[in-house]
Ligand binder design. Sequence first.
Ligand SMILES: [Zn+2]
Length: 260
Amino acid sequence: MVKIKLFFFFLILSLSVTAFSRAEVVSSLWQTQKSQHFIVYYQGASSSFVDELISKAEDYYNGIVEELGFRRFDFWSWENRAKIFLYNNTDDYQKETQREGWSGGVVYVNKRVIQTFIGQGSFFDSILPHEMTHIIFREFIGKNIALPLWIDEGIACSQEKSNLASRMRLARELVSQNKYIALSEISKLSSLGDSIKPDVFYAEAASLIVFLIHEEGQSGFLDFSRLLRDGTDWQKALFKVYHFTSLEDMEEKWKEFLLK
Ligand SMILES: [Zn+2]
């Protein structure tokens, strides 16, 4: 289960508009339920499941925009609602999305679409807020802004509920045993190659963002995001808002935060 989750997180961020047309073509087969910020498309899910999904998704939406400082920007209302396609099972999901067996869901940032399937234990607690955060953050800063992968994934992981505590625990272990990836190294990654263990990467990315949010709160994170949106280089934006003098300086402060 853990493996499925990690591989899933490894692959879900799709900033390009690719291969979503299949689901749209068959959308007449779907039943829908709508709320202020979401349209859920489903086939076999029970209405109580869909009710729960919508209620949690609305709660997460409010929690995420609050924590990231984006409260005043209501991106998803009414005609801009996000769409969640809920397949009945992993077979239907794979057939329609052409995804691998270990994929638990996919997010299309440009289309504000999440595709996933029912019956996954971590769906409500972690997959759903993780995916939503990817969309919300990228809608705010812009899809074409180049960032190291740890920023996008760290922000998404920081909003997970059930997974975050174990990610923070692992990050503390890595730092205390001096086994973490140096910030200058992790910042070179725009995708995960074979040499990086996904669990190490995600733990470190999550803890870096939790550290930033702790340092300057929502308003600091909003300032940082605004600078990114306006085209400031990510390092300059970090140094300006958080007053780091270098990546090494930031790394030292992040380690102190984790070990205190
Ligand atoms: Zn992700």
